[in-house]
Structures are given as structure tokens and as C-alpha cells.
Design a protein around this ligand. Structure first.
Ligand code: PGA
Length: 252
């Protein structure tokens, strides 16, 4: 693995201030585990407090609006996230695509808005179970990448891709290591088509039921540069299990 493994916790719609102690514990441990790069995306309401409690890890958001500001009740702009202490934002998570009808074009607009204010982005892609069963997984992911990835001169340096098969999210099921490797190789090829030489450096994370006991195996798959972790990032104990596995890999 060329770069340090990047392990990102996505707290989804979980977390009140009582959970800041978990963020603090993750931050303290991350200081020792320098072979892994650690980040946490709490809900909007905890970004500022998490930034204050956890000074070493990166803190980010789970979504942003594509506009700079305006009459968009309930939405949050990329500039607001930056002001609150975020350094990155996750865009195009399958739960946003499904719950809010976000299209590839929406995801791309959000990603470009985030890059425009200096945030990094994690762009999520992944097929449904029906699409995989129909043999369309690579084709679906390729189309998502084509439509969702931000463009522009500095886009590749600030972009990470997260491959998250929808059927593996929160289910305890994961693809085989071979399937993860095959998809990540296909994503790499597509990144090189889209970004040219710069596409070689874009990190590709795997996400979907990553746990302390399967992290080492999944992180060893071809072209896997880290993990996007939902359920197992909610306690410091389980998230640290994954970070330790990644740090050991980072030593290799
Ligand atoms: P999970 O979620 O780890 O709970 O499967 C991953 C994600 O949705 O980012």
C-alpha cells in the first residue's frame, strides 16, 4: 500500500454529545497509531464539538448542499461545514441516493462545491444486490464514477472514492476478497480514464460491514487504500480494532 491506510468512520444519524467521549478516545489512540490516517464524520450537530475534542484526526460531514447559500431550508453548505471545522465531506452515500433521490449529477455538484471551498471529498459508489446478481456491478459503478466524480484541475488530489456495495451496508455480509479486489481494480482503471495519470493516486476505500475481525483481510485486497466504516465506528473499542488492523498493514 503506497499511502497510509485511510480509515473513516461514518456515524450516520447517530450521536449526541454523550458520544464525544468515543471521539476523544479514538483521537487519543490515533496519535499512537501513526501508520493509519483516521477520520470521523459525525452528524452535522457534532462537527464543531468533535473538532474541539479530537484535534488529531480529520473531522468531516456526511453531505452538503451544492449551492453556496440561499433559500434552502434545512440544508448545509460546504462553506458552513468548513466554518464548523470539517476538512472533508462524504457525498453520494447510497443512503442519500436512496432516501433523497440524489442523482450522479447531484453528487458531482456537491463534490465540486466542497472542493470549491477547499474541502476534500469522499465520493461513494456501489451496486445493489439485484445489479450484482444480474452481472452489472462493474458497469453500474463505472457509470456512477463517470457521473459523480468532480472534475477540475485539482479534483483528483482532493478526491477519495468509497466502493460500498449497497447489499453489504449494515448487513454483516461482505463480498469476497477476490470480488473486492476485482472491483477496486476496475475502479482504478476508470479513475485513470477520467483523471489520467492523476487517477493513479486517488485512494479507493472499501465500505460495507467492515469489522475488527474482517478488516485485515479486506484491507489486503488489491487497490484497497482504507475503509469507510459505519456501525463499527460508533464505539472507540470496535473502531480502534479496525484502525489497529490498518496500522499493522501500514507497517508492511
Ligand atoms: P456499515 O456502513 O459499516 O455499517 O456497513 C458502512 C457505510 O454505510 O458507510
Amino acid at each position: 500500500m503506497a499511502q497510509r491506510p485511510y480509515i473513516v468512520g461514518n456515524w450516520k444519524m447517530h450521536g449526541t454529545r454523550s458520544m464525544l467521549s468515543e471521539a476523544r478516545a479514538i483521537d487519543r489512540a490515533a496519535e499512537r497509531l501513526i501508520k493509519a490516517e483516521v477520520a470521523l464524520a459525525p452528524p452535522f450537530t457534532l462537527i464543531h464539538a468533535t473538532r474541539k475534542e479530537a484535534g488529531l484526526i480529520a473531522v468531516g460531514a456526511q453531505d452538503c448542499h451544492p449551492a453556496d447559500g440561499g433559500a434552502h431550508t434545512g440544508d448545509i453548505s460546504a462553506a458552513m461545514l468548513k466554518d464548523a471545522g470539517a476538512s472533508f465531506v462524504i457525498v453520494g452515500h447510497s443512503e442519500r441516493r436512496a432516501d433523497h433521490g440524489e442523482t450522479d449529477a447531484d453528487v458531482k455538484a456537491k463534490a465540486e462545491a466542497a472542493l470549491g471551498v477547499g474541502l476534500s471529498v469522499i465520493v461513494c459508489v456501489g451496486e445493489t444486490e439485484a445489479q450484482r446478481d444480474a452481472g452489472q456491478a462493474e458497469e453500474v459503478v463505472a457509470a456512477q464514477l463517470e457521473g459523480s466524480l468532480p472534475r477540475g484541475e485539482h479534483a483528483p488530489e482532493k478526491t477519495t472514492v468509497a466502493y460500498e456495495p449497497v447489499w453489504a451496508i449494515g448487513t454483516g455480509r461482505t463480498p469476497t476478497v477476490e470480488d473486492v479486489g476485482a472491483m477496486h481494480r476496475a475502479i482504478r482503471a476508470r479513475l485513470e480514464q477520467i483523471y489520467g495519470e492523476a487517477g493513479k493516486q486517488v485512494r479507493i476505500l472499501y465500505g460495507g460491514s467492515v469489522k475488527p475481525d474482517n478488516a485485515a483481510e479486506l484491507l489486503a485486497a488489491d487497490e484497497v487504500g482504507g475503509a469507510l466504516v459505519g456501525g463499527a465506528s460508533l464505539t472507540a473499542e470496535s473502531f480502534l480494532g479496525i484502525i489497529v488492523a490498518a496500522a499493522e498493514r501500514g507497517e508492511a
